[in-house]
Design a protein around this ligand. Sequence first.
Ligand SMILES: CC(C)(COP(=O)(O)OP(=O)(O)OC[C@H]1O[C@@H](n2cnc3c(N)ncnc32)[C@H](O)[C@@H]1OP(=O)(O)O)[C@@H](O)C(=O)NCCC(=O)NCCS
Length: 297
Amino acid sequence: MGVIIRTARLADREQILAISSRIWEGDDFVPRVIDEWLLMRDSEVAVADLNGSVIAFARTHTLTPGYVWLEGIRTDPAEQGHGAGKALTAYFIEKAGREGAQRIGLSTYIDNYASIHIVEHHGFQRQASFILAEAGRDSPARAAAEPSPLVSPVSFDEARAWILRSPFIARSRGFLSQGWKFWPVSRPGVVAWPPFDRAIGLRTDNGSLRSLLVVCRPDHGPHEITIDFADGPAEDLDVLVRHALALYPGIKTIQAMIPAGDEGSTALLQTVTGLEFNVWRHGEPDVFVYEREVEQH
Ligand SMILES: CC(C)(COP(=O)(O)OP(=O)(O)OC[C@H]1O[C@@H](n2cnc3c(N)ncnc32)[C@H](O)[C@@H]1OP(=O)(O)O)[C@@H](O)C(=O)NCCC(=O)NCCS
């Protein structure tokens, strides 16, 4: 018998954790979030069952009615290639259509060939590319933390309006990241915003906002923050990123997703490179956002 896809039950938790422990040498965020995923509204964890054993799982999160995010797809390394990844992807596309979603999105990494193969096979199209940069606790970037008296908080309403007019959001094709989850903040039809943790900025003498940086907390771990937006003159970005580093001294990892459109990347790439963040693959665009429309049933 082939793979059967069904909604996960609490009883599947141990097998989900066992699969996760065998992937990326156990360095997977799923154990930190699985309990929340299994209980959360607007979310479904599904498993692939082969001959009575759970061999794979994945999860969707409805960011807003009309937009579904697919993430956390994992197949037991001993069982890969049996079609579980494809079947889970097909299940969630079909379900999104049944529930009236217009689009479904996901992100993946440049060297994740199996994942890219599966999503392109299922009609997802690459919409945007980003450059991943990180500063862990032992990164030299953390020593650049420096609060500035010139930086002030920005209300989330003002921040959202400014983001929509920025070159950054044009380069990111209307997506705003929250770690590896990309929200459609300025996409056709459906709009959804990630929850911000902080927005900070620098102003001109007449009080108008000259530069802005937004920090979110990814939902896969309380010990991480992500710089999901930073735009403005390069000298301002240096001040804002240093200030942001100073606001989160104890955090394990600070990550930035830097949009890389056809026109190149934003000034944020120069800033984080100068501050010695670990820029993966030497600044090559390496994180891809895929999306596809969903046929309504
Ligand atoms: C990605 C993953 C979920 C795929 O699971 P799976 O159950 O093996 O997937 P399937 O068997 O349905 O399909 C795999 C497809 O990828 C193809 N594939 C596998 N390795 C490949 C490679 N290196 N290059 C291109 N295609 C590849 C297979 O040929 C197959 O396609 P086909 O059926 O058209 O021949 C699994 O590899 C995994 O758990 N990886 C680690 C976690 C991960 O990276 N998750 C995605 C995060 S974005």
